[in-house]
Write a protein that binds this ligand. Structure first.
Ligand SMILES: C[S@@+](CC[C@H](N)C(=O)[O-])C[C@H]1O[C@@H](n2cnc3c(N)ncnc32)[C@H](O)[C@@H]1O
Length: 341
């Protein structure tokens, strides 16, 4: 296992940390229970260093993945060795405000790198190094091994999609939700309240086979247009009441339910109270999730746990729009193989 420190972005640290942990698990890793890193980072153990790129490629609420390279007196020799096969590198301070060009540890590291033939380059370096003070003056050297492409999610935002509705979940939150579901390629994921398709799009981009339902035919047509625009193929998208409609094929067991149900006095329910719809529909699909699978639901009111075999693993409030706070809840279905004894 390789220890990777993921720098999370500011808007909801709790949600970002939960996203990192779940995404690491989807890649065969786990959140590290020991070992503090730079502030603002979440430590995970991944199968190997190459997995950091896969992790960064999945995450929505993070900036970069770092690996610790050296500490204390080992930093300068390490950078001198690195300079022999590196063209250019940046060296910056992480974890507290940098004193810029006057930061002695950063200057020493840069000089060591340059003295061995490397070129210090801040704008477009081949490699990026970070100096961190672990406390009591001890310095550590981290290297950025992967960066999150924050423009990718922005490119999937509403104004760029062919079908737009105000209910649409922003792609970064939808991606965080798909990560919380620990979606893996080939997984079967259902959203019984598809809307414009934001959640299924993110699950599909992570390689899931996606299934969805919406009672409004315009939503299903629109979601299909959005999915096609994003290059995501849907397994089956049905028009109908998610409490009764059936898929045609063998789609009766799922790895995850990922959904953002109707909320408030939603006219979209056809007159039924949104709480009543959720209470009727969610248990039906939760019951078809395999042991160990997850239910990720974005709620704005009280919602009951889906049943005794489910454990709540994450509950984080988040501001979706200026006037709307909702809660991300993640439940995990007991894995019979681990609970039998
Ligand atoms: C909050 S929206 C989903 C928004 C979606 N996450 C998105 O990003 O666009 C809830 C959706 O549930 C649908 N809906 C309401 N009652 C339903 C029911 N009984 N069965 C299926 N869909 C229903 C509505 O038509 C609406 O599109």
């Amino acid at each position: 296992m390789t220890r990777v420190y993921v720098e999370v972005s500011g808007e909801s640290v709790a949600l970002a940390a939960a996203e990192v942990a779940a995404a690491a698990e989807a890649l065969g890793g786990r959140r590290a229970s020991d070992g503090a890193g730079p502030s603002g980072t979440v430590a995970v153990d991944l199968p190997d260093e190459a997995s950091a790129a896969a992790l960064a490629g999945r995450l929505a609420l993070a900036r970069r993945c770092l690996v610790r390279r050296a500490s204390g007196s080992e930093i300068e020799p390490w950078l001198r060795r690195a300079a022999t096969d590196v063209g250019s590198a940046s060296v910056r301070r992480i974890g507290r405000p940098s004193s810029g060009t006057h930061d002695p540890a950063v200057l020493r590291a840069g000089r060591a790198f340059a003295a061995a033939g490397g070129r210090v380059e801040l704008d477009a370096p081949d490699r990026r190094f970070w100096i961190h003070s672990s406390g009591e003056g001890a310095e550590e050297l981290f290297e950025e091994v992967a960066a999150v492409d924050r423009r990718a999610a922005a490119a999937r935002r509403m104004p760029t999609l062919p079908f737009q509705r105000p209910v649409s979940l922003p792609p970064r939150l939808a991606r965080a939700a798909a990560n919380l579901a620990r979606v893996r390629p080939g997984d079967r994921v259902i959203d019984p309240f598809v809307g414009t398709g934001a959640l299924l799009a993110e699950a599909g981009l992570l390689g899931a086979r996606i299934f969805g339902i919406d009672r409004d035919p315009e939503m299903v047509r629109g979601a299909l247009r959005n999915l096609a625009h994003l290059g995501v193929g849907a397994q089956e998208l049905l028009v109908g009441d998610a409490g009764t409609v059936e898929f045609s094929g063998e789609a009766n067991d799922f790895d995850a339910v990922l959904t953002d149900p109707p909320y408030g006095r939603a006219s979209s329910t056809g007159g039924e109270g949104s709480g009543a719809v959720v209470a009727r529909v969610l248990p039906r699909w939760a019951a078809r999730v395999r042991p160990g699978g997850r239910l990720v639901v974005v709620v704005s009111g009280p919602t009951d746990a889906p049943g005794r075999e489910w454990t709540e693993v994450v509950r984080v409030p988040i501001r979706v729009h200026r006037s709307l706070t909702r809660e991300f809840r993640v439940y995990e279905r007991a894995d019979v193989t681990t609970t039998r004894s």
